[in-house]
Write a protein that binds this ligand. Structure first.
Ligand SMILES: Nc1ncnc2c1ncn2[C@@H]1O[C@H](COP(=O)(O)OP(=O)(O)OP(=O)(O)O)[C@@H](O)[C@H]1O
Ligand SMILES: [Mg+2]
Length: 262
């Protein structure tokens, strides 16, 4: 039982194509696990730090997520100290930048339990994904053998030709299609509020809920992630952001950004 509580699960969200939905999936998953009472860390390897920016907007009363801006350089701390995560962390979500060179891919995935690749619906997204899948097959062959790579169709509008093409493409890939995220304004609200889909108040999320349940089920059944909620976390009404929080993009000055205090 004690050993079980020490198990950590690491998810790396990857796709060389910019704008495919990596940050949306990474922040959504961080919200998903943290609101289920699982100590969660979100590591942002993108120099733009948009996951960390999302975290900086997260209301203080929302479930805590520990943020690490992995690309920031500090003269005052060692790298290991800057990259540290709390001892009780159970889930580590890694957001990655676009256009990772093939030779650097292994660095990102070597200790990943699961690799998730969101893919957008345009022809460019599909073409880029076809190249990326080839790279992943070479670099992440053991993850592939163990069934630990999942594809996510993102920004889909059902009933469109683009969706049909994306679905056809994804279903032919060597990795399973584990979830399908609609093109939904809800994700823009999530990005703006530092919240996950299930934490949004006053918005209709019914049509989007299934995608996250599907993803969670796959992670639980295929990859042994904690599935059922461990602790119901009540989301309270959003606090008005503090006056001194600048909502414009600003990279954090430290590696470790306390939630709600970028
Ligand atoms: N399912 C969705 N519905 C609506 N908007 C979405 C959806 N997924 C992503 N977006 C929006 O698309 C934009 C790009 O998404 P996101 O930042 O998650 O992609 P990314 O892969 O992290 O991009 P980058 O490679 O630049 O880091 C963002 O504005 C995001 O809010
Ligand atoms: Mg991103």
């Amino acid at each position: 039982m004690e050993q079980e509580s020490l198990i950590r699960h690491k998810i790396v969200v990857l796709n060389a194509k910019g704008g495919s939905g990596k940050t949306t999936v990474a922040t959504g998953l961080a919200s998903w696990f943290s609101t289920r009472g699982l100590p969660t860390a979100l590591m942002d390897h993108d120099p733009l730090n948009l996951s960390i920016r999302w975290l900086s907007k997260r209301p203080e009363e929302a479930a805590h997520i520990h943020g690490v801006a992995a690309t920031c350089v500090s003269q005052r701390m060692t790298r290991a100290y800057q990259m540290r995560i709390p001892r009780d962390t159970r889930i580590i979500i890694v957001d990655t930048p676009a256009a990772i060179p093939r030779q650097s891919l292994f660095e990102y995935i070597r200790d990943a339990d699961v690799i998730l690749c969101p893919v957008g619906p345009s022809e460019l997204d599909i073409y880029s994904a076809s190249l990326f899948v080839e790279d992943l097959l070479k670099v992440a062959s053991s993850h592939h053998r163990e069934g630990r790579i999942g594809l996510i169709a993102n920004r889909v509008r059902k009933g469109t030709i683009a969706y049909r093409n994306l679905k056809t493409f994804l279903e032919r890939q060597p990795f399973p299609l584990v979830s399908t995220l609609r093109d939904s304004q809800n994700y823009l609200h999530c990005a703006d509020a530092g919240l996950g889909l299930h934490e949004l108040e006053g918005r209709d999320i019914r049509a989007d809920r299934k995608a996250w349940n599907d993803l969670s089920d796959w992670l639980a059944v295929r990859c042994g992630f904690p599935g059922p909620p461990l602790k119901a976390v009540k989301i309270r009404r959003r606090r008005t952001p503090a006056k001194n929080v600048d909502k414009a993009a600003k990279p954090p000055s430290l590696y470790v950004v306390p939630q709600g205090k970028a």
